[in-house]
Write a protein that binds this ligand. Structure first.
Ligand SMILES: [Zn+2]
Length: 212
């Protein structure tokens, strides 16, 4: 009898292991397809990452970039502006629908400079960074949805899956696919393998306008 139980236990453990491998594989496959579909995108704003996806107990479904007041906010890819309006929570907000089915959201803008129905190209300036709506400081709240934006944001994905992992406090640069640039001595923006931004931080700390 004991032997029988032991066998059942072993079979159950093996089933769990296989299940975990399958789930892991599926998550990896989903990540790979996101990478493939968004590998041409460029980052929407310059500043410091001030909050990340799924924070605040899982309710924060975007990435926050705190930058200069009225600095540029750019479309991450070609698409069509499907909404451009003032929302009580998002403030001045723009929704862009991209051809591959993704939607991106740019919130708390000081100013919107594109209208609903307008086609935009990757890197087009669509607004200025601000502090409108339910916002406690100057920043861009940026969302990526794999599919349509929904009220409960079921399609929201972590923007780090598109642009590579980052962390709060990290400086990021606009208009590059890899936003984690490091500024070299000549003031040129170079992409860092290590993604450490101490050089950028030091440079920006001197209030020198570099990169984009
Ligand atoms: Zn946010």
């Amino acid at each position: 009898m004991l032997d029988f139980l032991k066998r059942i236990l072993i079979v159950a453990l093996m089933a769990i292991c296989v299940g975990l491998i399958l789930i892991g594989g599926r998550a990896e496959a989903a990540e790979n397809s996101i990478n493939k579909e968004t590998n041409e995108w460029t980052f929407p704003a310059k500043g410091e990452i001030s909050d990340v996806f799924d924070s605040r107990g899982g309710i924060h479904k975007g990435l926050d970039i705190a930058g200069k007041y009225k600095s540029g906010v750019y479309a991450v890819a070609d698409g069509k502006v499907v909404r451009s309006y003032y929302s009580g929570s998002y403030g001045n907000v723009i929704f862009i629908h991209h051809d591959n089915g993704y939607e991106t959201v740019y919130a708390h803008l000081n100013k919107r400079i594109v209208n609903e129905g307008q086609k935009v190209k990757k890197g087009d300036k669509i607004g200025l960074m601000g502090n409108t709506g339910q916002s406690t400081g100057i920043h861009l709240h940026f969302e990526v949805h794999k599919g349509k934006w929904k009220i409960h944001k079921e399609n929201a994905i972590d923007p780090f899956l598109v642009f590579g992992k980052g962390e709060i406090g990290q400086y990021v640069f606009a208009l590059n696919h890899d936003p984690y640039g490091v500024v070299n001595v000549s003031g040129k923006l170079t992409v860092s393998e290590t993604k450490t931004n101490n050089a950028a931080r030091a440079f920006i700390g001197k209030n020198i306008e570099v990169g984009i």
